[in-house]
Ligand binder design. Structure first.
Ligand SMILES: Cc1ncc(C[n+]2csc(CCOP(=O)(O)OP(=O)(O)O)c2C)c(N)n1
Ligand SMILES: [Mg+2]
Length: 335
């Protein structure tokens, strides 16, 4: 879809559908883990969908995106197929990374998703690499790099911002400030109120925005992308948001005050966009269908897609350990 600015009703409706898809995808993912069908852990972005959908929605073909272990939404927002993402989570040979990465490492280079990284902050310098390539190639590409509020206290964050600024790289650093790093509130670890203000130290453009409003996110990242494409350099965007669930699969999130959780549930980005569309006279797809998934994933079509994705990939072959080793050393196991 061509990029509209400001966001058209058609594109906003497409964003809503993508947000439903991500919410439903993660409901299904959570079920896979809690029912023991998949081992290990998973980190859901439920509640944060507007950040990834609005930001990735402002990219063009050929742009790059890197994200964290909380990356299902970002990778799906780039257009990775949901069924192969399920396959990856289930360790299937036809998963996005041949079943070797799992939930924390979803990657699909074909859509510009250059990786989900589990070492906090480690991918910020890597994002400089794709941005440097775009700059050298002169292809007008930009790199979008998501990270959490906790990552803003990692050394690599500061090194990456410094170098990106000095080299005027086309990077958009998007901090998904969900107020917690694992089980610790941001104010206990970070001595400044606005992480976006750290851009000042690096003479970098900044934006401090409502991350639960997909229009606001889209506008901010669109402006940052224009700066990057024009050769003006990077931008630090801080998007305020909240994760609905705990940090990871086993975390009930009880360290959060109940009234805080309640407040942020009222700011859920999905009903917000639905209400916004209705107030503009735009029909919301599936309004006639009663919500079954988490009270918000209203579209029957989206639910069907997610269910089909799980079923298709459940039946597929598991990745073979020996293939994983062959692929690591660059051999194609199918030959
Ligand atoms: C370098 C490093 N230190 C510690 C960890 C353990 N760890 C995993 S997630 C996390 C919290 C990160 O918080 P934030 O950056 O706010 O991201 P969020 O999980 O809130 O999306 C920590 C400390 C890690 N993975 N990597
Ligand atoms: Mg956080």
């Amino acid at each position: 879809m061509a990029l509209d600015h400001p966001l058209s009703d058609d594109q906003a409706s497409a964003f809503l559908r993508r947000m439903w898809e991500i919410r439903a995808f993660e409901e299904a993912t959570q079920r896979l883990f809690t029912s023991g069908l998949v081992r290990g852990s998973t980190h859901l972005c439920q509640g944060q969908e507007a950040v990834v959908v609005g930001a990735c929605g402002a990219l063009r073909d050929g742009d790059s995106m890197l994200c964290t272990y909380r990356g299902h939404g970002a990778v799906l927002a780039m257009g990775a197929p949901a069924d192969r993402a399920f396959g990856e989570i289930m360790g299937k040979a036809d998963g996005l990374c041949g079943g070797k990465g799992g939930s924390m490492h979803l990657t699909d280079v074909s859509v510009g998703a250059y990786g989900s990284f589990a070492i906090v902050g480690a991918h910020l310098p890597i994002a400089l690499g794709t941005a440097l390539a775009s700059k050298h190639l002169g292809d007008g590409g930009v790199t979008l790099c998501f990270f959490g509020d906790g990552a803003a206290n990692i050394g690599a964050f500061h090194e990456a911002l410094n170098m990106a600024s000095i080299w005027a790289l086309p990077v958009i650093f998007v901090c998904e400030n969900n107020l917690y790093g694992e089980y610790t509130a941001k104010h206990l670890t970070t001595p400044i109120d606005r992480i976006a203000d750290r851009a000042d130290s690096y003479s970098m453009a900044k934006a401090w925005i409502d991350g639960n409003d997909v229009r606001v996110v889209y506008d901010a990242v669109m402006a940052a992308a224009e700066r990057g494409r024009a050769g003006t350099g990077p931008t630090l965007v801080e998007a305020l948001t909240y994760r609905h669930k705990g940090h990871s699969r086993t975390d009930p999130g009880t360290y959060r005050p109940p009234e805080e959780v309640e407040l942020w549930l009222t700011r859920d980005p999905i009903p917000r966009l639905e209400d916004d569309l209705r107030s503009r006279g735009v029909a919301v797809e599936g309004d006639a269908v009663h919500a079954e998934l988490d009270g918000t994933a209203r579209s029957a079509a989206v639910r069907a897609l997610v269910t089909a994705g799980v079923e298709v990939r459940s039946a597929g072959p598991r990745r073979r350990l020996e293939d994983a080793f062959l692929q690591l050393v660059g051999e194609d196991p199918t030959r």
